[in-house]
Design a protein around this ligand. Sequence first.
Ligand code: SF4
Length: 383
Amino acid sequence: MKLEPVRRLLDTHVEKLLAPLLQARSGAGGVKVLSWDVEQGISLFVELGGRVLLIELEPRNDEQPCYERTARFNVCARINFDRANDLTDRERRFVSAIVRMVRHREQLLPLVERPAVSRQMEVREILVDRILFQEGEGHYYLNPYVGCMIGCEFCYVAQRADLSWGMQGLAEMPWGRRLDVKVNAAEVLRRELRDHKPGIVRMSPILTDPYQPVERKYRVTRSCIESMLGTDFVPFVLTRAARALEDIDLLRRFAHAGVGYSIPTDDDRYRQMIEPGADPVDERIAALQAFAEAGIFTAVVIQPLLPMNPEAFADRLAPFVKVVRIDRLQFPERSRHLFRKHGIEHVLDEAWAADTQQRLVARFRQHGVAIDELDNLISFMKR
Ligand code: SF4
C-alpha cells in the first residue's frame, strides 16, 4: 500500500520557541535573522555587525563541549564561513541572550513520546513548506533529503537529526536507516526563488548527501537543480557519490555550476573501514575528472583525514580540481571508538593531522590549486 506523503509540522513548534527573535523588527539593533531551520537540531543564521553567526541547538549532552547548556540543549555558536575567528564581545552577548531566551521558553517545545528503537530501514515521503535557507549574503543551502543512507559512523549530524525526528515522535534508529524524501522540494523551491535575491545554492552534507541511493527513483536533487535553470541562482553540489555524474549534462547547462567531492584518502582500504557506505575512492576521482573535463567548477573536501600518501594524493587530484578544503573531523571524541576499532586512532592526534594537512597544502599549492581556509568553498565560484 502506498502511503501519502506526510506534512511535517515541526516548524510551528520551533517558531514558538524562537518567537521573540523572529518577531523583532529585522535590522533592529543591527540584528537580522537570515534564516532558521529544524532539520539538524535547530539552526539559526543571524547577521550581526557584518558577520553571520551560526547558532546551533543540539541534544543536551554534558560530556560534549559547547558554548552553553540549557535544560534540553547544548548550544553551539560560531562565525559562519570563518572557523578561524573567535566571537567578539558583542557577539558573545548576543549568543548569551539567545541562550537565556531558549532557557525561558524551551518548555514550549513538545515532549513527544517515541516508539521503541527500530532497526528497520524507513524511507518516508514528506511535504515541506520551506526549502531554501540563507546562510550569508548571496549564499543559500537546501537539503533535498533529511538523513543519509550512506550512513558514515563518524557523521556528527546524526544526533542533531535525531533531535528533530524525536520532536516528531519518530522512533530512534541507527544513523543511515532513516531518510525523509522531500517530494515537493522543487515546487517549493520554484516559489522561493522568486522571493530571494540571486545567489549560490549549496546542496551538500552534512545533513544529507544530495545523491542518495534513492535519488535515481525520486530525482529530488535533480529537480531542484532544474528549477534553477534560467534563473540567476547557481547550484553547487558536494557529494561522496559517483552517481552525481547522471546530472553532468544538466549541470553543464549553467554558466557557473559547481561540483565538489568529499574524498578522505587515496587508499581505498581506509575508505572501506571508515565510510563503507560511500563509493570507492577511484570512482569518486573518476567522477571528479569527468566534471572537470566538462568545464564545471570542481572542488574537493578532504575530511576526515585518513591514512594516506599526501603528496601522491595531491598529485592525483590536482589536475581535476580548482580548490581544496582540508579539514579535521568535527567532534573527534564522538567517534574515537571507530578509529580505535580499526587501529588508526593516530589520525585523531593533533601532530599527525597537522603534518598531513601541511604536506597536502604544500603539494596542492605547488600545483596552483587554491586552499579554502575558511570553510567557504563556494566563495571560489564565479557568479
Ligand atoms: S555521506 Fe556525508 S552526510 Fe552522509 S553520513 Fe556520510 S558524512 Fe554524513
